[in-house]
Design a protein around this ligand. Structure first.
Ligand code: FAD
Length: 320
């Protein structure tokens, strides 16, 4: 079956987020020979058309308006609903990011259509029905959901799909939409962590727990993360102890991450932490307690003092 699929592109500053390119690849998969279109918002939207077309978008709706530079729930929901009503896609896909988690259910509810969030796989079964795989119960189980009807809204977990370049040419469709009366006023946006690399999209994460012992101790982890072009994350233990900001927390009540390499330093491996890292490709644990539960989920374990091991790793990797 040929389907029309709309990908909601998400910006981070002047750049499109990688997860939006991953969403385009997922979209191409379910579209068959159907059409993949995209929508992107804000001052820098027009500059994304080339890139989005290379990754498979045939048409790109652009709302080139600075009011959309920062996510606003009402403004975005209204615009996305209008674009969906106009383009009538069978499937809408976007990243399961902070904004995606907020926007997708709002738009799906407004349109009274189905939603599957945090999908890690999207496929077609033998009868060409869309089947998604998503993790439930904080990553302890995976469920497969089959949709018998469309339209549906899907959000995909970042870092799960390798974006594929198709090299097509897209036409840009400048789009304007009247703005709704806003009931919610965003007075200030406080960026808590000056993240060099977004945790949810990072390929490498060096995470610290209570074993790091201080905010100063996290600098050692940052040095390794810098050498590996990765991001620093943390357990809730470390956040509770005020060694770092809660925006770095990974786990059941923090961020779910899917890096290629997760290096857990001084983290015991509580089930609530593991819930956020179980989809990492490789987990390396550094812990001085050989009985620490983190070693049960780690692919490689190093028993020892992180303050001896991490600087050695930084030193060795910086030679590559
Ligand atoms: P600890 O359990 O204290 O472990 C510290 C580890 O460091 C130990 O294993 C120790 O051997 C090791 N260590 C100490 N010094 C060194 C050293 N020099 N070198 C090497 N290793 C060393 N936790 C999360 O992380 N994320 C969540 O989202 C989350 N959500 C939760 C939700 C609920 C409802 C509840 C009840 C709990 C949640 N928790 C969460 C908390 C979780 O249960 C643990 O308490 C927390 O993960 C422990 O953090 P930690 O591993 O850093 O600390």
């Amino acid at each position: 079956m040929d389907r029309k699929v709309l990908v909601i592109g998400e910006m981070k500053g002047p750049k499109i987020r990688n997860v939006s390119l991953e969403a385009l690849t997922a979209a191409k998969q379910v579209a068959g020979r159907g059409e993949v279109i995209s929508a992107v918002f804000g001052t820098h939207s027009a500059k994304q058309v080339d890139l989005l077309s290379q990754y498979g978008a045939g048409q790109v709706y652009i709302i080139e308006d600075s009011d959309y530079d920062e996510y606003h729930p009402e403004l975005y929901t209204h615009a996305v609903v209008k674009i969906i009503q106009e383009t009538q896609p069978d499937v809408i896909v976007m990243g399961h990011t902070g904004n995606g988690r907020d926007l997708a259910p709002r738009a799906a509810a407004r349109l009274e259509i189905g939603l599957a969030s945090d999908c890690i796989d999207i496929n077609l079964d033998a009868s060409d029905k869309i089947v998604v795989t998503r993790s439930i119960y904080s990553g302890k189980l995976f469920e497969k959901k089959k949709f018998n009807s469309v339209p549906i809204f899907l959000t995909i977990r970042p870092n799960n799909i390798t974006p594929i370049r198709y090299g097509s040419e897209a036409s840009a469709i400048p789009y304007t939409v009247e703005k709704p009366a806003l009931t919610l006023l965003i007075k200030e946006i406080v960026r808590r962590a000056a993240e060099k690399v977004d945790l949810t999209e990072a390929k490498v994460i060096v995470a610290g727990g209570r074993g790091v012992k201080s905010a100063e101790g996290f600098k050692v982890l940052q040095e390794l993360a810098d050498v590996l072009k990765g991001a620093v994350g943390a357990s809730r233990g470390a956040c509770d102890a005020d060694y770092c900001d809660y925006s770095l927390q990974i786990g059941q009540t923090g961020k779910v991450v899917t890096p290629d390499l997760y290096i857990a330093c001084g983290i015991s491996g509580a089930i609530q932490h593991v819930a956020g890292i179980s989809n990492s490709k490789f987990i390396v644990a550094i812990n001085k307690d050989p009985e620490a539960p983190i070693f049960e989920v780690a692919d490689y374990g190093i028993v020892g003092d992180l303050f001896e091991i991490v600087p050695q790793l930084t030193n060795e990797f910086s030679k590559i």
